[in-house]
Design a protein around this ligand. Structure first.
Ligand SMILES: Cc1ncc(C[n+]2csc(CCOP(=O)(O)OP(=O)(O)O)c2C)c(N)n1
Ligand SMILES: [Mg+2]
Length: 327
């Protein structure tokens, strides 16, 4: 369970690649080349930590819209991401029909979520029940924002998982806001993990800006789930550095000073300087990673720009199921 030096460096690389892709998505939006972007900037550490704690490709994941870094760890490619931003053919979640960032990836056992927040928690509990009934040792990770833990679906899913001791991890990415609504107007408890005790399961809170701490906590929860000892709620605390989405102006509800303060503690900067101080990364290696990320992002944008849009006659598939395809 102990992370190797190579794994710790790889985790930083995944955070960095997701960050540079995410930043480019903002640029594409401001250039008028894509219609919408919802960002995971500031949340990469928790997502990468959680992903590395899974048996990736075997375990199941029902993610939420900010999970670009999580998806990258599951093998989602930069090209696939930009195809989804542009709604182009070959986009693996829906062939260009879904909103961007409503991830799914069949080859990674990652299941798409609906636009109504929290529904993915029910899907996770259902999949976990199937895993238990089939006596498989796969676990399910589902992620959600803290605001969405106010939804009935989340309580239903967590309750059901606790009653049936299902192998599922409910990871809450607490970025302190639900669009414009701060945490204190959303819940009377200090952590959404506190909600777990009322439903009879373990709830833990972890620093979501530290990928290695998140890894440890999620790895323990996964081991517990795999050995038949049921679900865990984990709240990872972080800060949403960007506005809610490309269509939100956060100046109306939070000060620039507050945002700046959190930018100083940006997990990308913190993890990088930690790895440098420990002698695991040299400035040259860091520059090499930056160059590689830039190259991959440029390639993805060029690839997706040249890719064709979906065929019009495919538009209604699979709403009217005459045939069921699994591509
Ligand atoms: C059932 C439902 N209500 C409202 C919305 C609109 N909506 C989309 S994201 C969001 C905020 C969710 O906040 P949080 O759960 O904290 O996640 P975050 O966006 O902060 O990561 C809202 C209200 C929705 N998609 N679904
Ligand atoms: Mg939030």
């Amino acid at each position: 369970m102990e992370l190797t030096k190579e794994q710790r460096i790889e985790m930083y690389w995944m955070m960095l690649l997701a960050r540079r892709l995410d930043e480019r998505a903002w640029v594409l939006h401001r250039q008028g080349k894509i219609a919408f972007h919802i960002s995971g900037i500031g949340q990469e550490a928790a997502q990468v930590g959680a992903a590395f704690a899974l048996n990736r490709g075997e375990d199941w994941v029902t993610p939420y819209y900010r999970d670009l870094a999580l998806m990258i760890c599951l093998g989602y490619t930069p090209r696939e991401f930009v195809l989804s931003l542009m709604g182009k053919q070959g986009e693996p979640s829906s062939g260009g029909r879904q909103m961007p960032s409503h991830w799914s990836l069949r080859r990674a056992n990652a299941v798409s979520h609906s636009a109504p927040v929290a529904t993915q928690a029910c899907h996770a509990a259902g999949i976990a029940l199937a895993m238990k009934m089939q006596k498989k040792d796969q676990v399910v990770l589902t992620t959600i924002g803290e605001g969405s833990t106010s939804q009935g679906e989340w309580y239903e899913a967590v309750n059901w998982a606790a009653v049936h001791q299902l192998p599922v991890i409910f990871l809450v990415e607490n970025n302190q806001y639900a669009i414009s609504v701060p945490q204190e107007k959303q819940m009377a408890v200090r952590s959404s993990a506190d909600k777990a005790c009322g439903l009879g399961l373990e709830g833990l809170t972890v620093d979501g800006t530290d990928p290695y701490k998140v890894y440890e906590v999620v790895a323990r929860a996964a081991e517990k789930a795999r050995s038949g000892n049921g679900p865990t709620v984990i709240e990872a605390r972080m800060y949403r550095i960007t506005p809610h989405s490309s269509d939100d102006d956060d100046r109306t509800y939070r000060s620039r000073e507050e945002v700046e303060e959190h930018k100083q503690r940006d997990p990308i900067l913190v993890v990088r300087s930690r790895l440098e101080q420990e002698g695991l990364l040299t400035p040259e290696q860091v520059e090499g990673m930056e160059a590689r990320a830039r190259e991959m992002v440029d390639d993805a944008v060029q690839f997706a720009t040249q890719a064709p849009y979906p065929n019009v006659e495919e538009g209604t598939y699979p709403v009217y199921a005459e045939e069921v395809r699994h591509d």
